[in-house]
Write a protein of this length. Structure first.
Length: 320
């Protein structure tokens, strides 16, 4: 069974259905453009990843589009299909995409013989593939929020080169840093991430802990300061028949800010072996992914950037 080829505005369009279902990359030379014609998000993602990971410039640069008619099947919390493709088209209307298609076709024709992956180190080939894509698409390399990403941010296309989250995080950042250091990319600040010092995960739980035993099951009570007699104590000592009554002078406290204030809290550690009472509770950080406990100052701070190819990067990508 083969997929359907149609001609639109003088361009041969391959409607990918069988190829997506069986994860088979078609002959890239037989048509000008590929269009996903399948509504299964998992299969579409698998096919696009296969395409991005290809070592053949005619495949990894192939113009490929999703159909807006299938968009409702692709929208999930971490849907990044559009970042692995050239976006959506409606009703197979490619007229606005023809300049892009012709630009990519011209680039591939000119540089295909110079992209033999055996002539590159693995890292340099990944950098070259990244340059080829973002240069032909005239796009910046933008970090995207992603719930399932190790750090909460993803560079979807570059991370697709790798096969697990940790490898994708480490190697994609190394590639971008290398290209930036060589002045092939410029960068612009987007955000700051705080990551586990053990596994680099951003899936962290912040909680107050006991400064004596580090237990995190704490009970917090308000401290009350009675203005008239200057007595200070925990709120439970003031409660008398659903009212607040000062245990020192027996006056009823009616109005917060007039009769009394609440200048802070006191914490009680619920660990039976501890029971420590304290006023200032330090914050502990628990990594959900690797179970490591750490203090906030032990977290690894990483800046998140978007990147853009520089003039020097263009020279290196096109002629080096």
């Amino acid at each position: 069974m083969t997929d359907t080829v149609i001609e639109i505005h003088g361009k041969k369009v391959l409607l990918l259905e069988h190829a997506v279902e069986h994860d088979v990359l078609p002959d890239p030379c037989s048509t000008d453009i590929w269009v996903i014609n399948h509504n299964d998000e998992w299969m579409v993602r698998r096919f696009l990843r296969h395409m991005v990971r290809s070592k053949n410039i005619k495949i990894y640069l192939k113009p490929i589009f999703l159909q807006k008619e299938f968009k409702k099947f692709y929208i999930t919390k971490d849907n990044h299909l559009k970042y692995l493709s050239d976006g959506y088209i409606k009703g197979l209307d490619i007229i606005d995409k023809i300049p892009l298609i012709e630009q990519i076709t011209s680039f591939v024709g000119k540089y295909a013989d110079k992209r033999n992956h055996e002539n590159f180190t693995e890292n340099n080939f990944f950098i070259q593939k990244t340059f080829d894509y973002y240069y032909t698409r005239k796009k910046r390399i933008i970090p995207v929020l992603k719930h399932k990403s190790l750090t909460g941010y993803s560079y979807p296309r570059i991370e697709t080169y790798f096969y697990n989250n940790r490898e994708a995080f480490i190697n994609s950042r190394m590639l971008l840093q290398e290209a930036y250091t060589k002045n092939w990319l410029s960068r612009h600040y987007v955000d700051t991430s705080h990551l586990c010092h053990n596994c680099s995960s951003g899936f962290l739980n912040y909680r107050e802990v006991c400064p004596k035993c580090s237990h995190h099951n704490l009970k917090a009570s308000n401290i009350i300061h009675h203005f008239r007699c200057a007595y200070v104590g925990v709120e439970k000592d003031f409660i008398f028949k659903d009212k607040l009554v000062c245990p020192k002078c027996s006056s009823e406290l009616r109005n917060l800010g007039v009769d009394y204030d609440k200048p802070g809290k006191i914490f009680n550690c619920r660990n039976k072996k501890c029971g420590h009472e304290f006023q200032d509770a330090p914050v502990g950080v628990h990594c959900v992914d690797c179970d490591t406990e750490q203090a906030p100052h032990e977290l690894v701070v990483r800046k998140i950037y978007e990147y853009e190819i520089t003039a020097q990067g263009m020279q290196a990508g096109l002629y080096s």
